[in-house]
Design a protein around this ligand. Structure first.
Ligand SMILES: C[S@@+](CC[C@H](N)C(=O)[O-])C[C@H]1O[C@@H](n2cnc3c(N)ncnc32)[C@H](O)[C@@H]1O
Length: 256
């Protein structure tokens, strides 16, 4: 899977992951007195690995393993690290592992902390992946999840560049969405993004909570993101918690 990188300004993309996401992860943990320094950390759905590089350099874990169903392109990461951060070598503590949709080739209890950024709305079977995370975490381990945007929220389609007015998933048919995206020329990026939109798992905040409970976690800290939105008449009957919650950051701990 590509990671929306087609026409996105690479400096903005790099900084959003290398600096902003890393800072938010570290601050969310630090708010609970948690430091990743010297700890064994994994990132589930690591994508291009930019967050993992930033997190390794900033938080100084003993090891950081990025897991993804799409193998991370380490040469590409190395060249972006040099271009945008002047980093000449990837740190030896950082590695990447190719996993399957529902399984990690990792021994039980291998990690003190697991993080996941912008991945859980893409994961086909969230309960199975959360069970795998529970398996590879230590009994007193902590899981950090960031998810944005939830499917039902204003830009839950991930198609804001074609639908700046928002809520396209509730206003338009699939045919209308595809037509708008292909009105000009059917670019590779439009094709990739439409496919990605169609494979979103449509998880809600409550659905994520349920999945965590089914996998043996309890939420220990919760930050819901909810900004003011204008509600199209087509959505008059949708519960506000579904259309109004755009994202989440949370810490979860094993319950058994
Ligand atoms: C939107 S990308 C986010 C990547 C990265 N965390 C970031 O913020 O740039 C979502 C990632 O989740 C990965 N993914 C989807 N299903 C997965 C699964 N079952 N297990 C691990 N990774 C998965 C995709 O391959 C993709 O790289």
């Amino acid at each position: 899977m590509s990671h929306y990188s087609g026409s996105v300004d690479r400096d903005v993309w790099f900084a959003a992951h290398f600096e902003i996401a890393v800072e938010q992860i570290c601050e969310f943990f630090a708010g609970d007195g948690i430091s990743l320094q010297g700890k064994r950390v994994a990132d589930v759905g690591c994508g291009d690995g930019i967050i993992d590089l930033g997190l390794t350099l900033r938080a100084q874990p003993a090891s950081l393993v990025g897991l993804d169903i799409s193998p991370t392109d380490v040469d590409h990461l190395r060249s972006k690290a040099l271009e945008h951060a002047g980093v000449t070598e990837l740190p030896p503590e950082l590695s990447f592992v190719h996993c399957s949709e529902t399984g990690f080739p990792i021994e039980d209890g291998s990690f003190d902390y697991v993080v996941s950024w912008s991945a859980f709305e893409h994961i086909g079977d969230p309960v199975s992946v959360l069970r795998e995370i529970r398996r590879v975490l230590t009994a007193d381990g902590v899981l950090f999840i960031q998810l944005w945007p939830f499917f039902d929220s204003e830009h839950g389609t991930h198609l804001v560049e074609w639908f700046p007015e928002g809520f396209a998933q509730h206003r338009y048919s699939q045919e209308q969405i595809l037509l708008r995206m292909t009105e000009e020329t059917f670019s590779d990026r439009a094709e990739v993004m439409y496919r990605e939109y169609r494979t979103l798992n449509q998880i809600t905040a409550d659905g994520l909570h349920l999945a965590l409970r089914q996998a043996g976690f309890v939420i220990a800290k919760l930050h819901l993101q909810a900004d003011a939105v204008h509600v199209p008449v087509e959505m008059a009957d949708m519960p506000p918690s579904r259309m109004g919650i755009s994202g989440v950051k949370l810490l979860a701990v094993p319950s058994f």
